[in-house]
Every structure is written in structure tokens, then in C-alpha cells.
Design a protein around this ligand. Structure first.
Ligand code: COA
Ligand code: MG
Length: 303
């Protein structure tokens, strides 16, 4: 079995595939991950021409270290299979990930997996194209464990709170807002998705926040997602990119403390102790497991 590639997803920037200008801008932003959209950001009349624009953008622009992804239309549309075929035949060598929206079940992900396997063979692609899946329907939330287990090609589960609000009947003025609900309206969904993702070694990512002129509210949503184990959040506007990448990067002082704590624990272990004091508090193997997550993230970022 192929090793899963570890990619940074502190921010996944959504870019309409119908806009050559926005795609060119996105390529130079230094964002971890960009997805060129064929779905909701593109009007039906533009969906077919957008495929060609996306192929040109993938092949022609310098994306630097940015992961390049295309979001296809969902599997109930007349577009989805040709989205995959045209984009992968045209630019498979310069494509890292396909994003599948509105997945309902494991079978949906397996369909995309099989099609990609056939195309990789035919085209002689040497890398494996990954799949990120949007969990944004109540059926998907009910099936999230099975979806997480669907195929080794799967890399990431994303909570898409816009369509999810519609699917569950949540009343919401702005996508990604709190809607005036007491407490955190997305607590349960983020927890459930993140548990399923972690159990299958997948990334969990938080979806869009439409009010791009409210950086503080965006930061707070990102922070909530980060604390409970998600690794990134979407941006729908360039102004959200830095905010997300900052929230999902550990502070240098926390990384230094984590590495120091691991050293202190290893030293205690060599003296036959399983639990010791560190900064006046108890640490044991569980404390070390918690901070090792942080160190792993720092290593991936190159801190
Ligand atoms: N990716 C790349 N560039 C973007 C961008 C994006 N998602 N959103 C805006 N920009 C660019 C604009 O083209 C503009 O460029 P310029 O200064 O060279 O003219 C600049 O950033 C500032 O944009 P601004 O004028 O503030 O907003 P706008 O009215 O052009 O666009 C939206 C606002 C909401 C229409 C736009 O941000 C957008 O289309 N976002 C993505 C929507 C999407 O993908 N939805 C589906 C997923 S939820
Ligand atoms: Mg959606």
C-alpha cells in the first residue's frame, strides 16, 4: 500500500475555476492549499469552459509549494465524471488532490477512487492523486465513520457548514456564523467529524466563513476548530489566508516547550520514573502524546 502523503492544510483557499484572474492571483499567495472550483462558485453556463481554464492554470502557473486541488461537481450532476476526466487527462501531472462535494456514503468516494485508479494507469501517472471529501449533508454526517474508512486514497474530511445548514434546516444568515445560537452551534458536528477523521489518520478541516470583513469572528471560528483537533480552515477571500495559517501554526514558544517537555520526560524515564513534575504540574506519557501532535505539526511546517 502506498504511504499517505502528509500535506499542510492550515488554509484551503477556494478559487472560482471560471476566473483566470483569481487563479493567477491564488498561485502567488503562498497558501498551503488551493482548490480550483467547478462547483458552487461557478454558474452552470460556465462549468464546461471552466474545466479548460483550470487545466491551463494547473499546467501554466507556478504554484510553488501550494497543493493543487480541483473541486468537482457532486455525483448527482451531469458534470462530475467529465470534470474528473477532463481535468485529470489535461493536467493530471500537475494535480495533487480531487475534492468531492456532497458525498453521501462510502460508495461515492469509492467511485471517484476507482475512476482515478483507471486514469492513473492509462496516463502513466507516477503519483497518486488524493481525495478530500466534503461532509455537508445530514446523510454524510450519519455515515461519516464509513466515509472515513472508504479508501486509502482519502486524505481529509472537511466540514462544509453552508450546505450542511441547509441540509439540517439550520437557520443561518451568513455561512459559518454562529446564528445567535447559545454555545457553539457546530460543536457536535466538528467533534463527530474530527473523531472519525483521526481514527483513520485523516486530516479534519473546517469549512467557509462568508463574512470576510470580520477577521475577529473568523479567527474565533478557526480557533475553536483548531483546539479540538482540526488542522485548518477554508478561506473564500485572500484576506482570510493569513488569519487561518496563523491560527493553525503552533506558537514557536509552545513548540520549544513541547520539545523541552519531551526531553524532561525521556530523562525521567531513564531514571525509572513514569510521572514527574514539569513546571509544577504532573506530566506522564499522556502529556507527551498531546505535545507530540504539536511537534509533528511544527515539523511539517518546518519550524
Ligand atoms: N481567490 C483569489 N483571488 C480572490 C479571491 C479568491 N477566492 N477572492 C477575491 N480575490 C481577489 C479579487 O479578484 C481582487 O483582486 P484585485 O485586487 O486584483 O482586483 C482582490 O482579491 C480583492 O477582492 P475584493 O474586491 O475584496 O472582492 P471581490 O468582490 O472581487 O470578490 C467574492 C468577493 C466573495 C466574490 C470572492 O472573494 C470569491 O469569489 N470568493 C470565492 C467564492 C467561492 O469560491 N465560493 C465557493 C466556496 S464556499
Ligand atoms: Mg457545498
Amino acid at each position: 500500500m502506498q504511504e499517505k502523503i502528509k500535506r499542510l492544510r492550515r488554509c484551503q483557499l477556494s478559487v472560482p475555476g471560471s476566473s483566470e484572474k483569481m487563479m493567477a492571483k491564488a498561485a502567488g499567495m503562498g497558501v498551503d492549499f488551493v482548490f480550483l472550483d467547478l462547483e458552487d462558485a461557478v454558474a452552470p453556463s460556465e462549468k464546461r469552459p471552466a474545466r479548460r481554464k483550470i487545466v491551463d492554470a494547473l499546467n501554466g502557473l507556478d504554484w510553488g509549494r501550494t497543493t493543487r486541488c480541483v473541486r468537482i461537481n457532486d455525483l448527482t450532476t451531469e458534470y462530475a465524471y467529465e470534470d474528473i476526466i477532463e481535468v485529470v487527462e489535461g493536467a493530471g501531472r500537475n494535480l495533487d488532490v480531487i475534492m468531492l462535494p456532497k458525498a453521501m456514503s462510502a460508495a461515492d468516494v469509492q467511485f471517484v477512487d476507482k475512476l482515478l485508479s483507471m486514469m492513473e494507469k492509462k496516463l502513466g501517472l507516477r503519483h497518486r492523486i488524493g481525495i478530500d471529501v466534503l461532509i455537508e449533508e445530514v446523510e454524510a454526517m450519519m455515515n461519516v465513520e464509513a466515509i472515513a474508512a472508504s479508501t486509502p486514497r482519502l486524505e481529509c474530511l472537511i466540514f462544509g457548514m453552508g450546505d450542511y445548514s441547509a441540509s439540517q434546516g439550520v437557520s443561518m444568515r451568513d455561512i459559518g456564523g454562529s446564528g445567535g445560537y447559545p454555545g457553539d452551534i457546530w460543536h457536535y458536528q466538528r467533534q463527530r467529524l474530527t473523531i472519525a477523521a483521526r481514527a483513520h489518520r485523516l486530516d479534519a478541516v473546517d469549512g467557509p466563513f462568508a463574512d470576510f470583513r470580520s477577521p475577529d469572528a473568523f479567527r474565533e471560528e478557526a480557533r475553536r476548530a483548531m483546539i479540538l483537533g482540526m488542522v485548518g480552515k477554508w478561506a473564500i477571500h485572500p484576506s482570510q489566508v493569513e488569519l487561518a495559517q496563523e491560527v493553525f501554526s503552533p506558537a514557536a514558544s509552545d513548540v520549544a516547550r513541547a520539545r523541552d517537555m519531551i526531553r524532561a520526560y525521556d530523562e525521567a524515564l531513564s531514571q525509572g520514573l513514569g510521572a514527574v513534575q514539569y513546571e509544577g504540574k504532573m506530566i506522564d506519557i499522556a502529556s507527551v502524546r498531546i505535545v507530540k501532535n504539536l511537534v509533528q505539526r511544527a515539523d511539517l511546517i518546518g519550524m
